[in-house]
Write a protein that binds this ligand. Structure first.
Ligand code: 5CA
Length: 433
């Protein structure tokens, strides 16, 4: 992509409304613009990252055996009346009336709709276990939308719903998702601590939140420091039962549920930190299937209410969480897995014919080699080109200037380490290809 023909409306000054670094950088780097409180326009660079994260989430859901569907954003109130949540949800739910005076709502989550779908489509235990997910926009009329897309009113969520015949099978489905979540966050280069979000009652509800440690997190966590010696990011491979059991036995709790007097961890081993909740998984048994009449015929011919779980990932929140974990004073530092482009090509002397010819040549060659490149071909000064490139945070920068060209070399800068090397054309293309 040529920057002169693209749309990255960057901002020089720090936007006064942004309290945390990710919000500030997303606005400054031209990734998002606010439309109204907690509702954002995703600009090209933001959208590229959002889509890349969604794709990694999708691949890990598919690998875990979940099947993708797409449910609508607008739901009939009737379903929520059946589950009893229509009144309980209160003001956080955006309620809509259509032209026929039917009560509708913009979905804050999809348990009701999926349970209704299941009830009408699945009748036998032979079709179980079943796990369906979608990646869809949600709306929650949050009391305090803040920190940009981190706590928005409209946000993109991956939500997944599992259906099983009995508790054992439901627990296994839960654990498959638990592992899929660890893998997903590891692929994003994030260390997400699984935090127990239930009271720990055996056989009852079971729930974990996945928290990224960051000073700007909204949750306060208490956890056994042994978790840190457990290399969560290395868990990309299969996890055996023992490792899973060990991981799940570590103490990690949100402040509200942490009881200092009865904590099983010795004070010297207990750590506290702030976290950003990027995922939340629940096993809730037959809560919705009983309320909405979702039954299957078991092997003995008797009908039973289906056992369910639901599993959410904040896809749009992850964009912010990734920036909180990957930035410096000059801007964003994208991990390659989610970078909007892999390489930024900077033409230092727009008016110098040999510079422009060399850049055009590199640009064409990179495109041939499928190297994702953003070419700063604007008629602008070197200083502002460097500053913009650091701000938007592409992992690699290729700098083409007259001095290098005389020697027949290009400069390659690693955005994260700041390391610069001079390479020939062939070496450069080889390294980036
Ligand atoms: N039905 C369940 C699981 S599918 C559910 O809705 N869980 S949740 O409320 O915890 O949301 C799932 C994830 O969505 C959260 O972990 C968080 O990462 C993200 N999320 C929730 N609210 C917001 C919000 N206002 N802005 C951005 N992301 C949010």
């Amino acid at each position: 992509m040529r920057l002169s023909k693209y749309f990255i409306p960057t901002i020089k000054e720090n936007p006064s409304e942004a309290q945390i670094v990710s919000h500030r950088l997303m606005l400054r780097a031209g990734m998002i613009r606010q439309s109204s409180a907690g509702i954002y326009i995703w600009l090209p660079m933001g959208l590229l990252v959002l889509n890349k994260i969604a794709q990694i989430v999708r691949e890990e859901q598919n690998r875990a055996g979940a099947i993708e569907v797409l449910m609508p954003t607008i739901q009939p109130a009737e379903l929520w009346q059946q589950s009893g949540r229509y009144d309980a949800y209160g003001k956080e739910m955006l309620r809509i009336t259509d032209r026929h005076d039917r009560e509708m709502l913009y979905g804050p989550t999809n348990e009701e709709m999926i349970t209704d779908l299941f009830k009408n489509a699945v009748k036998s235990y032979k079709d179980l276990p079943l796990s369906l997910y979608h990646i869809q926009w949600k709306f929650r009329d949050e009391v305090r939308p803040r920190f940009g897309i981190m706590r928005g009113r409209e946000f993109l969520m991956k939500d997944n719903y599992s259906f099983d015949l009995n508790f054992e099978s439901a627990k296994a489905s839960y654990n498959v998702m638990y592992v899929a979540y660890l893998r997903t966050f590891a692929r994003l280069g994030l260390v997400a601590i699984p935090v127990r979000a239930d009271a720990g009652a055996i056989g009852g509800d079971l729930s974990h939140e996945f928290q990224i440690l960051a000073d700007t997190g909204e949750s306060t966590l208490y956890y056994d420091k042994a978790i840190e010696s457990f290399d969560l990011s290395s868990l990309i491979g299969d996890i055996d039962e023992q490792t899973l059991a060990k991981l799940q036995s570590f103490y990690a709790m949100e402040e509200e549920k942490h009881d200092a007097d009865n904590c099983p961890v010795a004070p010297a081993d207990l750590k506290t930190a702030k976290g950003i909740e990027v995922g939340h998984i629940f096993y809730f048994g037959t809560k919705y299937s009983e309320a909405m009449g979702a039954k299957v015929t078991g092997p003995d011919g008797k009908e039973v209410f289906v056992e369910m779980g639901s599993y959410g990932i904040g896809v749009s929140r992850l964009v912010g969480a990734l920036i909180e974990a990957n930035h410096d004073e000059n801007g964003i530092i994208w991990p390659e897995a989610v970078a909007p482009y892999k390489v930024g090509l900077i033409n230092l002397r727009f008016k110098d014919e040999s510079c422009t010819a060399a850049c055009d040549d590199l640009y064409q060659e990179m495109q041939k080699l499928n190297i994702d490149v953003l070419y700063d071909d604007r008629d602008a000064g070197a200083g502002s080109k460097f500053a913009d490139m650091d701000l938007i945070g592409l992992p690699w920068q290729v700098v083409v200037g007259p001095k290098g060209l005389e020697k027949g070399v290009y400069e390659l800068k690693n955005r994260r380490s700041g390391e610069r090397v001079e390479l020939s054309r062939a070496e450069l293309l080889d390294k980036l290809g």
